[in-house]
Design a binder for this molecule. Structure first.
Ligand code: ADP
Ligand code: GLC
Length: 495
Protein backbone atom coordinates (compact mmCIF):
# COMPACT_ATOMS: atom_id res chain seq x y z
CA UNK A 1 0.00 0.00 0.00
CA UNK A 2 1.02 3.60 -0.52
CA UNK A 3 0.67 5.37 2.82
CA UNK A 4 1.25 9.05 3.51
CA UNK A 5 1.61 10.17 7.14
CA UNK A 6 0.79 13.84 7.62
CA UNK A 7 2.04 15.01 10.98
CA UNK A 8 3.19 18.07 12.89
CA UNK A 9 5.87 16.01 14.70
CA UNK A 10 8.23 13.20 13.75
CA UNK A 11 11.28 11.83 15.55
CA UNK A 12 14.16 12.80 15.23
CA UNK A 13 13.20 16.09 13.50
CA UNK A 14 10.53 17.66 15.65
CA UNK A 15 9.22 16.39 18.98
CA UNK A 16 7.27 17.66 21.95
CA UNK A 17 6.01 14.24 23.09
CA UNK A 18 5.04 10.71 22.18
CA UNK A 19 3.34 11.73 18.92
CA UNK A 20 6.76 12.15 17.31
CA UNK A 21 7.91 8.70 18.43
CA UNK A 22 4.71 7.06 17.27
CA UNK A 23 4.67 8.55 13.77
CA UNK A 24 8.24 7.56 13.00
CA UNK A 25 8.18 4.14 14.65
CA UNK A 26 4.90 3.16 12.96
CA UNK A 27 6.23 4.33 9.59
CA UNK A 28 9.40 2.28 9.98
CA UNK A 29 7.44 -0.82 10.96
CA UNK A 30 5.11 -0.44 7.98
CA UNK A 31 8.12 0.00 5.67
CA UNK A 32 9.63 -3.19 7.08
CA UNK A 33 6.41 -4.95 6.12
CA UNK A 34 7.05 -3.77 2.56
CA UNK A 35 4.67 -0.80 2.26
CA UNK A 36 5.57 2.44 0.50
CA UNK A 37 5.40 4.83 3.45
CA UNK A 38 6.16 8.52 3.28
CA UNK A 39 5.92 11.25 5.89
CA UNK A 40 5.23 14.94 5.40
CA UNK A 41 6.27 17.43 8.09
CA UNK A 42 6.65 21.20 8.26
CA UNK A 43 10.27 22.26 7.98
CA UNK A 44 10.58 23.98 11.33
CA UNK A 45 13.43 26.37 11.88
CA UNK A 46 15.47 23.82 13.87
CA UNK A 47 15.48 21.26 11.04
CA UNK A 48 18.69 21.98 9.15
CA UNK A 49 18.44 22.08 5.36
CA UNK A 50 21.89 20.63 4.85
CA UNK A 51 21.66 16.92 4.22
CA UNK A 52 18.22 17.35 2.71
CA UNK A 53 17.47 17.41 -0.98
CA UNK A 54 15.62 20.41 -2.42
CA UNK A 55 12.90 19.46 -4.88
CA UNK A 56 13.04 21.53 -8.02
CA UNK A 57 10.67 24.48 -8.35
CA UNK A 58 8.48 26.29 -5.85
CA UNK A 59 5.15 24.79 -4.86
CA UNK A 60 1.92 26.77 -4.90
CA UNK A 61 -0.79 26.08 -2.34
CA UNK A 62 -4.24 27.55 -3.05
CA UNK A 63 -5.64 29.16 0.09
CA UNK A 64 -8.08 31.84 1.06
CA UNK A 65 -8.83 32.72 -2.52
CA UNK A 66 -5.14 33.22 -3.33
CA UNK A 67 -2.02 31.11 -3.60
CA UNK A 68 0.91 30.79 -1.22
CA UNK A 69 4.33 29.55 -2.18
CA UNK A 70 6.73 27.24 -0.43
CA UNK A 71 9.71 24.98 -1.07
CA UNK A 72 9.84 21.22 -0.50
CA UNK A 73 12.81 19.32 0.87
CA UNK A 74 13.21 15.59 1.06
CA UNK A 75 15.28 13.11 3.07
CA UNK A 76 15.27 9.53 4.34
CA UNK A 77 14.04 8.67 7.80
CA UNK A 78 16.96 7.43 9.94
CA UNK A 79 16.65 3.75 10.79
CA UNK A 80 14.82 2.99 7.52
CA UNK A 81 15.18 -0.46 5.98
CA UNK A 82 17.91 -0.14 3.29
CA UNK A 83 15.76 -1.64 0.57
CA UNK A 84 12.63 0.34 1.33
CA UNK A 85 13.52 3.65 2.98
CA UNK A 86 10.80 5.91 4.40
CA UNK A 87 10.86 9.19 2.48
CA UNK A 88 10.27 12.33 4.51
CA UNK A 89 9.08 15.54 2.83
CA UNK A 90 9.47 18.90 4.53
CA UNK A 91 7.23 21.82 3.66
CA UNK A 92 9.37 24.93 3.87
CA UNK A 93 7.43 28.16 4.38
CA UNK A 94 9.45 30.88 6.03
CA UNK A 95 6.59 32.93 7.40
CA UNK A 96 4.82 30.01 9.08
CA UNK A 97 7.62 27.72 10.16
CA UNK A 98 10.80 29.80 10.15
CA UNK A 99 10.66 30.52 13.87
CA UNK A 100 11.52 28.77 17.13
CA UNK A 101 8.84 26.44 18.44
CA UNK A 102 6.46 23.88 16.97
CA UNK A 103 3.18 25.17 18.40
CA UNK A 104 4.47 28.09 20.43
CA UNK A 105 7.25 29.37 22.64
CA UNK A 106 7.44 30.31 26.35
CA UNK A 107 6.05 33.77 25.63
CA UNK A 108 3.36 32.69 23.20
CA UNK A 109 2.45 29.08 24.08
CA UNK A 110 -0.07 28.83 21.22
CA UNK A 111 1.04 30.91 18.25
CA UNK A 112 -1.77 33.25 17.22
CA UNK A 113 -1.52 32.12 13.62
CA UNK A 114 -1.66 28.37 14.40
CA UNK A 115 -4.97 27.86 12.60
CA UNK A 116 -3.41 29.42 9.51
CA UNK A 117 -0.11 27.59 9.85
CA UNK A 118 -1.74 24.18 10.05
CA UNK A 119 -4.46 24.89 7.51
CA UNK A 120 -1.72 25.82 5.11
CA UNK A 121 0.25 22.71 6.00
CA UNK A 122 -2.78 20.41 5.61
CA UNK A 123 -3.61 21.89 2.23
CA UNK A 124 0.02 21.58 1.11
CA UNK A 125 -0.13 17.80 1.59
CA UNK A 126 -2.28 17.47 -1.53
CA UNK A 127 -0.10 19.79 -3.57
CA UNK A 128 2.93 17.75 -2.52
CA UNK A 129 1.35 14.59 -3.94
CA UNK A 130 0.69 16.40 -7.20
CA UNK A 131 4.23 17.71 -7.28
CA UNK A 132 5.81 14.26 -6.86
CA UNK A 133 3.06 12.58 -8.90
CA UNK A 134 2.44 10.04 -6.16
CA UNK A 135 -1.04 9.50 -4.80
CA UNK A 136 -1.51 7.48 -1.63
CA UNK A 137 -4.05 4.75 -0.96
CA UNK A 138 -4.13 5.92 2.65
CA UNK A 139 -3.72 9.41 4.01
CA UNK A 140 -3.05 9.05 7.73
CA UNK A 141 -3.17 12.22 9.81
CA UNK A 142 -2.52 12.78 13.50
CA UNK A 143 -4.22 15.08 16.02
CA UNK A 144 -5.77 18.48 15.32
CA UNK A 145 -2.81 20.05 13.44
CA UNK A 146 -3.39 17.73 10.48
CA UNK A 147 -7.07 16.90 11.03
CA UNK A 148 -7.92 19.33 8.23
CA UNK A 149 -6.33 16.87 5.78
CA UNK A 150 -9.36 14.63 6.22
CA UNK A 151 -11.69 17.56 5.60
CA UNK A 152 -9.94 18.63 2.40
CA UNK A 153 -10.03 15.06 1.13
CA UNK A 154 -13.74 14.67 1.77
CA UNK A 155 -15.02 18.12 0.86
CA UNK A 156 -12.55 19.36 -1.72
CA UNK A 157 -10.60 16.62 -3.48
CA UNK A 158 -13.07 13.74 -3.65
CA UNK A 159 -15.99 15.84 -4.93
CA UNK A 160 -13.87 16.32 -8.06
CA UNK A 161 -15.05 12.80 -8.89
CA UNK A 162 -13.28 9.99 -10.70
CA UNK A 163 -11.17 12.50 -12.58
CA UNK A 164 -9.68 13.82 -9.33
CA UNK A 165 -6.33 12.39 -8.34
CA UNK A 166 -7.55 11.52 -4.84
CA UNK A 167 -10.72 9.65 -5.80
CA UNK A 168 -9.11 6.41 -4.62
CA UNK A 169 -7.57 7.75 -1.42
CA UNK A 170 -8.99 6.85 2.00
CA UNK A 171 -8.25 8.75 5.19
CA UNK A 172 -7.45 7.74 8.75
CA UNK A 173 -7.21 10.16 11.66
CA UNK A 174 -5.46 9.12 14.87
CA UNK A 175 -6.28 10.90 18.11
CA UNK A 176 -3.24 11.06 20.37
CA UNK A 177 -4.73 13.49 22.82
CA UNK A 178 -8.33 14.66 22.90
CA UNK A 179 -7.36 17.51 25.21
CA UNK A 180 -6.03 19.53 22.26
CA UNK A 181 -8.63 20.24 19.60
CA UNK A 182 -7.51 23.36 17.75
CA UNK A 183 -10.44 25.61 18.71
CA UNK A 184 -10.20 29.10 17.21
CA UNK A 185 -12.37 32.03 16.22
CA UNK A 186 -14.46 31.29 13.17
CA UNK A 187 -12.98 34.21 11.25
CA UNK A 188 -10.09 31.78 10.65
CA UNK A 189 -12.43 29.67 8.55
CA UNK A 190 -12.34 32.13 5.65
CA UNK A 191 -8.76 31.18 5.14
CA UNK A 192 -9.53 27.49 4.52
CA UNK A 193 -11.12 28.32 1.18
CA UNK A 194 -13.97 25.92 2.02
CA UNK A 195 -17.61 27.01 1.73
CA UNK A 196 -19.57 27.99 4.83
CA UNK A 197 -21.82 24.99 4.26
CA UNK A 198 -18.81 22.86 5.20
CA UNK A 199 -18.38 24.86 8.40
CA UNK A 200 -21.75 23.54 9.53
CA UNK A 201 -22.02 20.19 7.69
CA UNK A 202 -18.38 19.23 8.11
CA UNK A 203 -18.41 19.44 11.89
CA UNK A 204 -16.34 22.61 12.40
CA UNK A 205 -19.05 24.48 14.26
CA UNK A 206 -18.56 24.37 18.04
CA UNK A 207 -20.44 26.96 20.08
CA UNK A 208 -19.87 29.42 17.26
CA UNK A 209 -16.14 28.70 17.23
CA UNK A 210 -14.13 26.67 14.73
CA UNK A 211 -13.07 23.25 16.07
CA UNK A 212 -10.54 21.67 13.73
CA UNK A 213 -10.26 18.26 15.41
CA UNK A 214 -14.04 17.90 15.50
CA UNK A 215 -14.24 18.48 11.74
CA UNK A 216 -11.54 15.85 11.24
CA UNK A 217 -13.49 13.37 13.35
CA UNK A 218 -16.55 13.92 11.15
CA UNK A 219 -14.62 13.68 7.90
CA UNK A 220 -12.08 10.86 8.20
CA UNK A 221 -13.02 7.43 6.85
CA UNK A 222 -11.60 5.71 9.92
CA UNK A 223 -10.68 6.99 13.35
CA UNK A 224 -8.23 5.50 15.79
CA UNK A 225 -6.71 6.32 19.10
CA UNK A 226 -3.60 4.94 20.72
CA UNK A 227 -4.97 2.37 23.17
CA UNK A 228 -8.15 0.29 23.40
CA UNK A 229 -9.00 1.54 26.88
CA UNK A 230 -8.69 5.20 25.90
CA UNK A 231 -10.99 4.51 22.93
CA UNK A 232 -13.66 3.44 25.40
CA UNK A 233 -12.99 6.29 27.83
CA UNK A 234 -13.25 8.95 25.15
CA UNK A 235 -16.79 7.85 24.37
CA UNK A 236 -17.85 8.85 27.88
CA UNK A 237 -18.83 12.29 29.05
CA UNK A 238 -16.22 12.21 31.81
CA UNK A 239 -13.25 11.72 29.48
CA UNK A 240 -14.62 12.83 26.13
CA UNK A 241 -13.59 16.51 26.28
CA UNK A 242 -17.01 17.41 24.85
CA UNK A 243 -16.38 15.25 21.78
CA UNK A 244 -17.71 12.02 23.29
CA UNK A 245 -20.94 12.48 21.36
CA UNK A 246 -19.07 12.68 18.06
CA UNK A 247 -17.03 9.62 18.95
CA UNK A 248 -20.10 7.65 19.91
CA UNK A 249 -21.71 8.72 16.64
CA UNK A 250 -18.65 7.42 14.78
CA UNK A 251 -18.07 4.41 17.01
CA UNK A 252 -18.46 1.89 14.16
CA UNK A 253 -15.36 3.42 12.55
CA UNK A 254 -13.43 4.17 15.74
CA UNK A 255 -10.97 1.82 17.44
CA UNK A 256 -7.97 1.81 19.75
CA UNK A 257 -4.63 0.35 18.68
CA UNK A 258 -1.92 0.28 21.31
CA UNK A 259 1.31 2.06 20.44
CA UNK A 260 4.47 0.01 20.44
CA UNK A 261 7.92 1.16 21.47
CA UNK A 262 10.95 1.45 19.25
CA UNK A 263 13.02 -1.45 20.56
CA UNK A 264 16.09 -0.29 18.64
CA UNK A 265 16.13 2.86 20.80
CA UNK A 266 14.52 1.75 24.08
CA UNK A 267 16.25 -1.48 24.89
CA UNK A 268 18.59 -1.96 27.87
CA UNK A 269 20.48 -4.69 26.01
CA UNK A 270 21.59 -2.22 23.29
CA UNK A 271 21.32 1.18 24.93
CA UNK A 272 24.36 3.36 24.20
CA UNK A 273 23.39 5.99 26.77
CA UNK A 274 23.73 3.84 29.91
CA UNK A 275 26.95 2.81 31.68
CA UNK A 276 26.41 -0.90 31.14
CA UNK A 277 23.89 -2.67 28.94
CA UNK A 278 21.85 -5.41 30.57
CA UNK A 279 19.24 -8.10 30.03
CA UNK A 280 16.93 -9.87 32.48
CA UNK A 281 19.78 -12.15 33.56
CA UNK A 282 22.22 -9.28 34.21
CA UNK A 283 19.60 -6.86 35.52
CA UNK A 284 20.94 -6.50 39.06
CA UNK A 285 24.41 -5.46 37.97
CA UNK A 286 23.33 -3.25 35.08
CA UNK A 287 20.75 -1.41 37.14
CA UNK A 288 23.11 -0.93 40.07
CA UNK A 289 25.66 0.77 37.79
CA UNK A 290 23.01 2.93 36.15
CA UNK A 291 21.53 3.89 39.52
CA UNK A 292 24.91 4.98 40.81
CA UNK A 293 25.58 6.99 37.65
CA UNK A 294 22.16 8.64 37.90
CA UNK A 295 22.63 9.53 41.56
CA UNK A 296 26.00 11.10 40.75
CA UNK A 297 24.67 12.92 37.72
CA UNK A 298 21.84 14.55 39.66
CA UNK A 299 23.68 15.05 42.94
CA UNK A 300 21.66 12.56 44.99
CA UNK A 301 23.47 10.61 47.76
CA UNK A 302 24.95 7.45 46.21
CA UNK A 303 23.07 4.68 47.94
CA UNK A 304 22.07 1.32 46.49
CA UNK A 305 19.55 0.46 49.19
CA UNK A 306 17.31 3.51 49.00
CA UNK A 307 14.66 3.03 46.32
CA UNK A 308 14.87 5.58 43.52
CA UNK A 309 11.69 6.80 41.82
CA UNK A 310 12.11 8.33 38.36
CA UNK A 311 9.83 10.65 36.40
CA UNK A 312 10.12 11.96 32.84
CA UNK A 313 7.23 14.11 31.87
CA UNK A 314 5.73 17.18 30.36
CA UNK A 315 4.81 19.31 33.35
CA UNK A 316 1.15 19.80 32.49
CA UNK A 317 -2.13 19.11 34.19
CA UNK A 318 -2.65 15.96 32.09
CA UNK A 319 0.25 14.28 33.87
CA UNK A 320 -1.11 14.76 37.41
CA UNK A 321 1.56 17.27 38.37
CA UNK A 322 -0.93 19.39 40.33
CA UNK A 323 -1.54 16.48 42.72
CA UNK A 324 2.20 15.94 43.10
CA UNK A 325 3.66 19.43 43.10
CA UNK A 326 0.72 21.78 43.72
CA UNK A 327 1.92 24.37 46.24
CA UNK A 328 -0.90 23.91 48.73
CA UNK A 329 -1.45 20.18 48.84
CA UNK A 330 0.92 18.30 46.48
CA UNK A 331 2.10 14.94 47.78
CA UNK A 332 5.75 15.04 46.60
CA UNK A 333 6.81 17.00 49.68
CA UNK A 334 5.23 14.49 52.07
CA UNK A 335 6.56 11.52 50.12
CA UNK A 336 10.12 12.81 50.30
CA UNK A 337 9.78 13.84 53.95
CA UNK A 338 8.10 10.71 55.28
CA UNK A 339 9.66 7.93 53.23
CA UNK A 340 13.22 6.77 52.76
CA UNK A 341 13.21 7.30 49.00
CA UNK A 342 14.89 9.33 46.30
CA UNK A 343 12.95 11.12 43.58
CA UNK A 344 14.53 12.11 40.24
CA UNK A 345 12.57 14.20 37.77
CA UNK A 346 13.26 15.25 34.19
CA UNK A 347 10.67 17.52 32.69
CA UNK A 348 9.58 20.84 31.35
CA UNK A 349 6.30 22.59 30.86
CA UNK A 350 4.03 25.01 32.67
CA UNK A 351 6.07 27.66 34.43
CA UNK A 352 4.23 27.50 37.79
CA UNK A 353 5.21 23.84 37.95
CA UNK A 354 8.81 24.36 36.88
CA UNK A 355 9.18 26.92 39.70
CA UNK A 356 7.50 24.68 42.25
CA UNK A 357 9.66 21.69 41.34
CA UNK A 358 12.86 23.75 41.57
CA UNK A 359 11.81 25.13 44.92
CA UNK A 360 11.11 21.62 46.27
CA UNK A 361 14.45 20.37 45.00
CA UNK A 362 16.20 23.22 46.83
CA UNK A 363 14.62 22.18 50.13
CA UNK A 364 14.65 18.38 49.90
CA UNK A 365 17.98 16.50 49.83
CA UNK A 366 16.34 13.38 48.36
CA UNK A 367 14.62 15.15 45.43
CA UNK A 368 16.53 16.32 42.38
CA UNK A 369 15.23 17.66 39.11
CA UNK A 370 16.46 18.62 35.70
CA UNK A 371 14.19 21.15 34.05
CA UNK A 372 14.51 20.89 30.30
CA UNK A 373 14.62 18.27 27.63
CA UNK A 374 17.29 15.56 27.76
CA UNK A 375 17.29 12.48 25.60
CA UNK A 376 20.40 10.94 27.23
CA UNK A 377 19.25 11.64 30.77
CA UNK A 378 15.88 10.08 29.93
CA UNK A 379 17.62 6.79 29.16
CA UNK A 380 19.68 6.95 32.34
CA UNK A 381 16.56 7.58 34.43
CA UNK A 382 14.78 4.55 32.97
CA UNK A 383 17.81 2.35 33.60
CA UNK A 384 18.77 3.77 36.99
CA UNK A 385 15.32 3.95 38.61
CA UNK A 386 13.70 1.28 40.74
CA UNK A 387 10.23 2.72 40.21
CA UNK A 388 8.71 5.07 37.67
CA UNK A 389 5.92 7.44 38.67
CA UNK A 390 3.16 8.44 36.22
CA UNK A 391 0.05 9.69 38.03
CA UNK A 392 -1.68 10.85 34.83
CA UNK A 393 -5.09 12.49 34.92
CA UNK A 394 -5.65 10.87 31.53
CA UNK A 395 -3.22 8.99 29.29
CA UNK A 396 -4.14 8.09 25.71
CA UNK A 397 -1.30 5.57 25.58
CA UNK A 398 1.84 6.66 27.40
CA UNK A 399 5.24 5.45 26.34
CA UNK A 400 7.32 5.90 29.46
CA UNK A 401 5.59 3.18 31.45
CA UNK A 402 6.44 0.74 28.64
CA UNK A 403 10.05 1.94 28.57
CA UNK A 404 10.13 1.46 32.35
CA UNK A 405 8.86 -2.10 32.14
CA UNK A 406 11.52 -2.87 29.53
CA UNK A 407 14.22 -1.40 31.81
CA UNK A 408 13.07 -3.15 35.00
CA UNK A 409 11.73 -0.02 36.70
CA UNK A 410 8.30 -0.74 38.17
CA UNK A 411 5.59 1.72 37.10
CA UNK A 412 3.47 3.43 39.75
CA UNK A 413 0.56 4.67 37.68
CA UNK A 414 -3.02 5.77 37.71
CA UNK A 415 -5.46 3.21 36.36
CA UNK A 416 -6.41 5.10 33.19
CA UNK A 417 -6.15 4.92 29.38
CA UNK A 418 -3.12 3.15 27.98
CA UNK A 419 -1.70 2.71 31.47
CA UNK A 420 -4.56 0.29 32.16
CA UNK A 421 -3.73 -1.63 28.99
CA UNK A 422 0.00 -1.98 29.70
CA UNK A 423 0.48 -2.27 33.48
CA UNK A 424 -0.94 -5.01 35.72
CA UNK A 425 -1.54 -4.14 39.33
CA UNK A 426 0.54 -5.88 41.99
CA UNK A 427 -1.27 -8.71 43.73
CA UNK A 428 0.46 -9.10 47.03
CA UNK A 429 -1.07 -12.47 47.81
CA UNK A 430 -0.21 -14.25 44.60
CA UNK A 431 2.80 -12.12 43.76
CA UNK A 432 1.36 -11.29 40.33
CA UNK A 433 1.50 -7.93 38.50
CA UNK A 434 4.02 -5.57 36.93
CA UNK A 435 3.36 -2.28 38.76
CA UNK A 436 1.38 -0.36 41.37
CA UNK A 437 -1.91 1.29 40.41
CA UNK A 438 -4.53 3.60 41.90
CA UNK A 439 -7.93 4.70 40.64
CA UNK A 440 -8.75 8.18 41.88
CA UNK A 441 -6.40 11.04 41.24
CA UNK A 442 -5.80 12.94 44.48
CA UNK A 443 -2.66 13.68 46.50
CA UNK A 444 -3.57 11.10 49.13
CA UNK A 445 -3.95 8.31 46.57
CA UNK A 446 -0.56 9.15 45.05
CA UNK A 447 1.01 9.22 48.51
CA UNK A 448 -0.57 5.91 49.52
CA UNK A 449 0.38 4.08 46.37
CA UNK A 450 3.97 5.28 46.45
CA UNK A 451 3.96 4.20 50.11
CA UNK A 452 2.71 0.76 49.11
CA UNK A 453 5.50 0.38 46.54
CA UNK A 454 8.16 1.55 49.00
CA UNK A 455 6.81 -0.74 51.72
CA UNK A 456 7.08 -3.65 49.31
CA UNK A 457 10.66 -2.65 48.48
CA UNK A 458 11.74 -2.75 52.11
CA UNK A 459 9.65 -5.72 53.19
CA UNK A 460 9.27 -8.04 50.23
CA UNK A 461 12.20 -7.48 47.90
CA UNK A 462 11.85 -10.90 46.26
CA UNK A 463 8.41 -9.88 45.00
CA UNK A 464 9.90 -6.70 43.54
CA UNK A 465 12.57 -8.73 41.72
CA UNK A 466 9.95 -11.15 40.36
CA UNK A 467 7.80 -8.27 39.12
CA UNK A 468 10.74 -6.68 37.36
CA UNK A 469 11.51 -9.82 35.43
CA UNK A 470 7.86 -10.20 34.51
CA UNK A 471 7.80 -6.64 33.22
CA UNK A 472 10.98 -7.09 31.19
CA UNK A 473 9.46 -10.11 29.44
CA UNK A 474 6.52 -8.10 28.08
CA UNK A 475 6.61 -7.53 24.39
CA UNK A 476 5.69 -3.98 23.41
CA UNK A 477 7.37 -3.98 20.01
CA UNK A 478 5.61 -2.36 17.07
CA UNK A 479 5.19 -5.46 14.92
CA UNK A 480 1.80 -6.51 16.28
CA UNK A 481 0.36 -2.99 16.26
CA UNK A 482 1.68 -2.20 12.77
CA UNK A 483 -0.14 -5.30 11.57
CA UNK A 484 -3.35 -3.96 13.12
CA UNK A 485 -2.93 -0.68 11.23
CA UNK A 486 -2.41 -2.67 8.02
CA UNK A 487 -5.71 -4.46 8.61
CA UNK A 488 -7.43 -1.16 9.33
CA UNK A 489 -6.01 0.40 6.15
CA UNK A 490 -7.16 -2.60 4.13
CA UNK A 491 -10.67 -2.28 5.53
CA UNK A 492 -11.06 1.20 4.06
CA UNK A 493 -9.17 0.89 0.74
CA UNK A 494 -11.04 2.47 -2.15
CA UNK A 495 -8.96 0.89 -4.90
P1 ADP B 1 3.16 12.53 26.02
O1 ADP B 1 3.29 12.34 24.56
O2 ADP B 1 1.77 12.76 26.48
O3 ADP B 1 4.09 13.57 26.57
P2 ADP B 1 4.28 9.84 26.22
O4 ADP B 1 4.59 9.02 27.41
O5 ADP B 1 3.51 9.20 25.14
O6 ADP B 1 3.58 11.16 26.74
O7 ADP B 1 5.61 10.31 25.51
C1 ADP B 1 6.53 11.15 26.09
C2 ADP B 1 7.81 11.04 25.30
O8 ADP B 1 8.54 12.24 25.46
C3 ADP B 1 8.71 9.93 25.77
O9 ADP B 1 9.50 9.48 24.69
C4 ADP B 1 9.54 10.65 26.83
O10 ADP B 1 10.76 10.01 27.09
C5 ADP B 1 9.74 11.99 26.19
N1 ADP B 1 9.94 13.11 27.10
C6 ADP B 1 9.02 13.84 27.75
N2 ADP B 1 9.59 14.83 28.46
C7 ADP B 1 10.91 14.72 28.26
C8 ADP B 1 12.05 15.45 28.70
N3 ADP B 1 11.93 16.50 29.51
N4 ADP B 1 13.26 15.06 28.26
C9 ADP B 1 13.38 13.99 27.46
N5 ADP B 1 12.36 13.27 26.99
C10 ADP B 1 11.14 13.63 27.38
C1 GLC C 1 0.01 11.80 23.25
C2 GLC C 1 -0.50 11.16 24.54
C3 GLC C 1 0.31 9.96 24.98
C4 GLC C 1 0.62 9.05 23.80
C5 GLC C 1 1.28 9.85 22.69
C6 GLC C 1 1.64 9.00 21.46
O1 GLC C 1 1.01 12.71 23.46
O2 GLC C 1 -0.56 12.11 25.60
O3 GLC C 1 -0.39 9.24 25.96
O4 GLC C 1 1.46 8.00 24.21
O5 GLC C 1 0.42 10.87 22.26
O6 GLC C 1 0.53 8.41 20.86
Amino acid sequence: MKILMASSEGHPYAKTGGLADMVSALSLSLAKLGHDVRIVLPRYYNIGRSGLHLLEGAMGVPLGGAEEWCAVYNGELPGSPAKNPVQVYFIDHEQYFGRDGIYGNPWEPDFLDNPRRFTFFSRSVFQLCRKIAWFPDILHSHDWPTAMVNVYLKFWERPLGEQGEFAKTASVLTVHNLGYQGIYGKDNFNYTGLGWDVFYNGGFEDWNMMNILKAGLYSADKLTTVSPHYAEETKTQAQGFRLDGVLRYRSADYSGILNGIDTAVWNPARDRHIPQTYTASTLAKGKARAKEALQKELGLPVDADTPLIGMITRLTDQKGVGELFGPAHGSAWAICQDMKVQLALLGSGESWCEHEVKSLAARLPNFKCHIGYGEVLAHLIEAGSDFFLMPSRYEPCGLNQMYSLAYGALPIVRNTGGLTDTVENFDQENGAGTGFMFDDLNPQAVYNTVGWAIWTWYNSRSQIEAMRLRGMKKNFSWEGSAQKYVELYKSCLRT
